[in-house]
Write a protein of this length. Structure first.
Length: 651
C-alpha cells in the first residue's frame, strides 16, 4: 500500500489499496472478507461474505456491523468492545454465534485487524469471518455423547467402574465404586489402587502384576478377595484394560469390578456339601470295614475245634480292629468339640521329649508290623513347653500314624526333636508315597485326602491333619508339610513355643525359687483355677503362673468353652477376661453363678480397664477381685494365696 494518505481521506483506505484489496478478495467464497470504517460501518463486501451472511453488497454497504450480532452480545456491547480492542492492540480474535440476514445463526471464527495510516491514524478494520458451524456441531455432539457416557458410567450401581493413571492412582470414580468399596469420590481420588487388596495378595505383588498383564495383553481378568473401606472383604471379579491414545502413549487403565461374594458363597457351600457327602460315604465305609474281620474272629472264637494259635490271632485281630474304630471315633468326637469351640486343654509345664517318646512308643508296634525302620533323635537337654500332654501326644501320634500309613513296608521314618531358646521343633519325616506340590497347601483342610485312589484300607477319614493343626495352634504353635513330590517322602514340621524357665523369678517381688518349691511341696490345699481369655498367649501365661504356684489350671479361650468345662472341672476360682468377644466376662460370670456346680466359685475379673467405674461394675457383677492387665505374677500369687483357705475348703 504505497499510496500516501492525504487530508482528502474520507474513505477508510486509500482508493488504490481498496481497488487492489477488492481484486484479491472479491472472488473468495470460503471466507467473508470485508472492511469496516473506523466506526464500524461496512465499507466493502466479498463473495464469501455474501454467501456466509446472506446480504448482497448493496444491502449492507454503509450498515453498521453490529447487525451481524445476536441480541445477547449486543446487550453486552460486544461489537464496540471488539473494535476498541482491535484498535488498541492491532488484532482481535473471537469465536461465537452470529446472525445471517435471514435471522439464522452460524458459529463464526472472526479475526479483526486494525488498519492504520503510516502516521498511526485509525483508518478502519479488516474483518475475516469463517463459518465453523459444522465443526462446532461435531464438537458439541462429541461433548454430549461424552457427557452421556460419563453419566451412564457414573450412574451404574452394580459395577465399580473407575480409571487409574499409568502408575495405578485412582483418577475417576463412579457410584458403583462408591457403593461396592465404600469410599466417597473425594476420599479415593489420588490414592493408589493397591489400597483395595488384602495383605496376603499385596505381599504376592498382585496389583503390579495385574497392571503388567493389562499392559502386555491389553486386558486382564482376575478374581479374588478385595477389601472395602470398612475392612470387610468381598469376592471380586476384576477386568483391567490398558488405555492408549492415538500415538500409542499409555493414558492409564480402566478397571471394572463386580461383587461376586454371593456366587462365591454358594460355590463354597456347594463344595462343603460335596465334601460332607463324600465324608459320609467314607465314614460309613470306614466304620463298616472293621466289622467283617471282627465278625470272622468271633466265628473263630466260637468254633469248637480252633487251636490256641488260631484263637490268639483272632484275638489280636479283634483288638487291632477295635482300636482302629476307637481311634476313628475319638477323632470324630474331638473334631466335633473343636468345631463347637468346646475344647479345653489341661496345660502344664512338661518336657517335650517325654511327649515325643510316648508318641513314638505308641507307634512302634505299627511300624514293626510293616517292617518300617523308625529312628528317633532327642536333644540332651530337656525341652520345656507349656501344654496339654495328652493332646500333644495325640497330634504327634497322628503324624506318626500317617507316616506309617503312607510309607510302604520296609520304608523309613525319622522323628527329630530340636530346640532353640524360644522354639521347639519336632520333625516327622518318612520315605513314603510323598505329596504332590499342588496338594500341600490343602492337606490340613478338613476331609482333604491327597490321593483318593489309595486303597481304602490305608486312608482314614481325612480329619487327622486338621486335628493336628488345630491342636498345635491351640498351643500357640504351627505345623507345616513338605514333600519333594510323589514317591519322594514327606516331612511334617511342628513348632511350639518354649516355656519360660520355671526357675527364673518372673518379677522382683516373686517369691524365690526355693520358697516356691517348699510351697509346692508342703503347699496350701490345691486350687482348681479356670483361666478364660480369648488372647491365647495371655491365657497361657496366667495358667503357667497358676501352675507354678502349685495349683491346677485349665484354660478356655471362649466364654462358651469356659461354661462347657466348668461343670466337670468345678473350678474354685475363675480368672475371667471381661472383654471377651461374643459372650463377655460379665455374662459368663452370671451364667457360672446360675449353675449349681459353680454357684460359689470365686470370680476374679482380669481386664484392661482399671478405672473406679470399671471396678465398681465388677463388684456389682459379683467379682471378688478386679485385676488389671498385664497381671503381675506376684499380685496373682497373693490373690491365690488369700483365696486358698476358703475356696479350697469348699472342695
Ligand atoms: P487321612 O485320614 O486320610 O489320613 P489326614 O487328615 O490324616 O487324613 O491326612 C490327609 C491326607 O494327607 C491323607 O489322605 C494323605 O493323602 C495325605 N498325607 C498325610 N500324611 C501323609 C504322609 N506322611 N505322606 C503322604 N501323604 C500324607
Amino acid at each position: 500500500m504505497s499510496n500516501p494518505s492525504g487530508p482528502e481521506d474520507a474513505s477508510p483506505l486509500p482508493p488504490a489499496a481498496e481497488e487492489h484489496f477488492g481484486e484479491i478478495v472479491a472472488g473468495i467464497e470460503d471466507y467473508a472478507i470485508f472492511l469496516l470504517d473506523a466506526r464500524g460501518y461496512v465499507a466493502s463486501w466479498n463473495a464469501g461474505a455474501e454467501r456466509l451472511k446472506g446480504y448482497k453488497a448493496e444491502d449492507i454497504l454503509g450498515k453498521h456491523f453490529s447487525l451481524f450480532y445476536p441480541p445477547e452480545p449486543l446487550e453486552r456491547g460486544w461489537p464496540e468492545y471488539e473494535l476498541k480492542t482491535a484498535a488498541q492492540t492491532g488484532h482481535f480474535n473471537d469465536e461465537g454465534w452470529r446472525l445471517r440476514k435471514d435471522g439464522s445463526r452460524f458459529w463464526a471464527n472472526v479475526t479483526i485487524t486494525a488498519l492504520k495510516s503510516p502516521t498511526g491514524a485509525l483508518r478502519g478494520f479488516l474483518k475475516i469471518t469463517r463459518d465453523l458451524t459444522e465443526r462446532k456441531q461435531a464438537e458439541e455432539a462429541l461433548r454430549q455423547s461424552e457427557e452421556r457416557f460419563r453419566m451412564l458410567v457414573e450412574g451404574v450401581q452394580d459395577y465399580a467402574i473407575f480409571m487409574l493413571d499409568p502408575e495405578g492412582y485412582v483418577i475417576s470414580w463412579n457410584r458403583g465404586a462408591e457403593r461396592l468399596k465404600g469410599y466417597q469420590r473425594h476420599e479415593i481420588l489420588g490414592k493408589h489402587f493397591s489400597i483395595f487388596y488384602p495383605p496376603e495378595t499385596l505381599e504376592a505383588g498382585k496389583p503390579a502384576w495385574e497392571l503388567r498383564q493389562a499392559l502386555e495383553h491389553g486386558c486382564v481378568e482376575d478374581e479374588g478377595w478385595r477389601v472395602r473401606k470398612d475392612g470387610g472383604r468381598f469376592w471380586a471379579n476384576v477386568v483391567i484394560t490398558a488405555i492408549h491414545d492415538k500415538e500409542h502413549v499409555l493414558q492409564g487403565f480402566t478397571k471394572v469390578t463386580r461383587d461376586l461374594t454371593e456366587r462365591r458363597k454358594i460355590e463354597m457351600l456347594e463344595e462343603m456339601d460335596r465334601q460332607k457327602n463324600e465324608f459320609l460315604a467314607v465314614l460309613a465305609h470306614e466304620l463298616r470295614n472293621p466289622l467283617a474281620p471282627i465278625r470272622n474272629a468271633m466265628h473263630i472264637l466260637e468254633a469248637p475245634g480252633a487251636d490256641a494259635a488260631t484263637l490268639g490271632r483272632a484275638r489280636v485281630m479283634t483288638r487291632r480292629q477295635i482300636e482302629h474304630m476307637a481311634r476313628l471315633l475319638d477323632d470324630l468326637v474331638d473334631l466335633a468339640r473343636l468345631n463347637r469351640g468346646r475344647f479345653g486343654l489341661r496345660k502344664e509345664q512338661l518336657d517335650l521329649e517325654t511327649v515325643v517318646d510316648h508318641a513314638v512308643e505308641a507307634a512302634r508296634l505299627d511300624c514293626e508290623e510293616r517292617q518300617q525302620q523308625l529312628s528317633v533323635s532327642l536333644p540332651a537337654q530337656p525341652v520345656r513347653v507349656f501344654g496339654d500332654r495328652t493332646r500333644l501326644e495325640q497330634a504327634l501320634g497322628n503324624l506318626l500314624n500317617n507316616a506309617a500309613k503312607y510309607t510302604n513296608p520296609g520304608g523309613r521314618i525319622w522323628v527329630r526333636l530340636t530346640s532353640t531358646e524360644a522354639e521347639a521343633t519336632v520333625r516327622v519325616q518318612d520315605s513314603g508315597i510323598g505329596i504332590e506340590p499342588m496338594m500341600l497347601p490343602r492337606i490340613f483342610n478338613l476331609f482333604v485326602q491327597a490321593d483318593r485312589r489309595l486303597d481304602r484300607s490305608v486312608g482314614g477319614l481325612g480329619i487327622g491333619l486338621s486335628l493336628v493343626k488345630q491342636l498345635i495352634e491351640l498351643h500357640g504353635g504351627k505345623v507345616d508339610a513338605f514333600s519333594p513330590g510323589r514317591g519322594k517322602g514327606s516331612e511334617f514340621v511342628v513348632r511350639l513355643p518354649v516355656a519360660p524357665n520355671p526357675q527364673t523369678p518372673q518379677t522382683p517381688e516373686a517369691p524365690d525359687a526355693a520358697a516356691e518349691q517348699t510351697a509346692r511341696a508342703s503347699g496350701p490345699a490345691q486350687l482348681r483355677v479356670l483361666v478364660v481369655d480369648d488372647n491365647v498367649d495371655a491365657a497361657d501365661a496366667l495358667a503357667a503362673v497358676v501352675h507354678l504356684a502349685g495349683h491346677a489350671a485349665q484354660v478356655a479361650y471362649e466364654g462358651s468353652t469356659a461354661l462347657a468345662l466348668a461343670p466337670q472341672f468345678k473350678p474354685h476360682l475363675v480368672l475371667l477376661d471381661i472383654g471377651l468377644p461374643g459372650m463377655d466376662g460379665h455374662a459368663v460370670g452370671r451364667a457360672l453363678r446360675q449353675r449349681p456346680e459353680t454357684k460359689d466359685t470365686v470370680l476374679v475379673a482380669v481386664t484392661g480397664w482399671g478405672q473406679a467405674e470399671d471396678r465398681r461394675k465388677s463388684q456389682e457383677a459379683g467379682f471378688a477381685r478386679h485385676l488389671v492387665k498385664p497381671v503381675d505374677p506376684a499380685v496373682l500369687k497373693t490373690v491365690l494365696a488369700e483365696l486358698t483357705p476358703s475356696a479350697a475348703g469348699e472342695g
